[in-house]
Design a protein around this ligand. Structure first.
Ligand code: VGL
Length: 201
């Protein structure tokens, strides 16, 4: 059966880029690569979904609430905005996650769009069978979203050149990639995307 892929763009937000509150090293470098994947998906008429970390000012996710992270991606602040150099089509559905003060919500599958639909519902409505995932951060939101996607039975491809990790411990991202491999994810780079997308039809 033909696969129907979606591009899942994970948390390309100011706070996760250099100069932001929880800067991922080289986080900004995923943006031009994501733009190229976005362009290819659009040209192929394939859907794109973006996620964002969207926290209240007080949450147990932050050090101030007993968590491990400095405050970041607080709802409606400039740090929570998508990078201005990211070209998301204007009608892109947005999944917000971590909106509740009691959750970390690293996985895109824990978020909801503005109509209250979760990602699984949205993917079913779109008839999606396969997920291509890129963005920030490799060792947190990309990892959790990928593992959940695989658990739910989606064929899942990690866009290796469109991700960067926090690496609180050195090698965290490498370990996360190996864990995703073991769980059944495939990895590709931009140069392989044309072939991969052509094979879906
Ligand atoms: C993330 C660390 C803390 C992520 C979110 O989006 O990967 N990482 N909060």
């Amino acid at each position: 059966m033909a696969e129907k892929p979606v591009l899942l763009v994970v948390d390309p937000q100011n706070d996760f880029c250099p100069g932001g509150a929880l800067a991922v090293p080289e986080g900004d470098q995923v943006v031009p690569v994501l733009n190229e994947y976005i362009r290819r998906f659009r040209e192929a008429g394939l859907p794109i979904i973006a996620t964002r970390d969207w926290h209240p000012a007080q949450t147990r996710h932050f050090t101030s609430g007993g968590g491990v992270w400095p405050p970041h991606c607080i709802q409606d602040t400039p740090g929570a905005a998508f990078r201005s150099d990211l070209y998301l089509p204007p009608d892109t559905p947005i999944i917000s996650k971590g909106t509740h003060p009691d959750e970390d919500a690293y996985s895109a599958f824990q978020g909801k769009d503005k109509q209250g639909r979760d990602l699984t519902t949205l993917l079913r409505e779109l008839g999606v069978t396969e997920i291509y995932i890129g963005g920030l951060a490799t060792d947190y939101c990309v990892r959790s979203s990928t593992l959940d996607a695989l658990k739910q039975g989606f064929r899942t491809t990690v866009l290796e050149d469109a991700i960067r990790g926090v690496d609180l411990q050195p090698e965290d991202s490498q370990r996360a990639l190996e864990e995703m491999d073991r769980a059944g994810a495939r990895r590709i780079r931009l140069a392989e995307a044309r072939e991969a997308l052509a094979a879906t039809r």
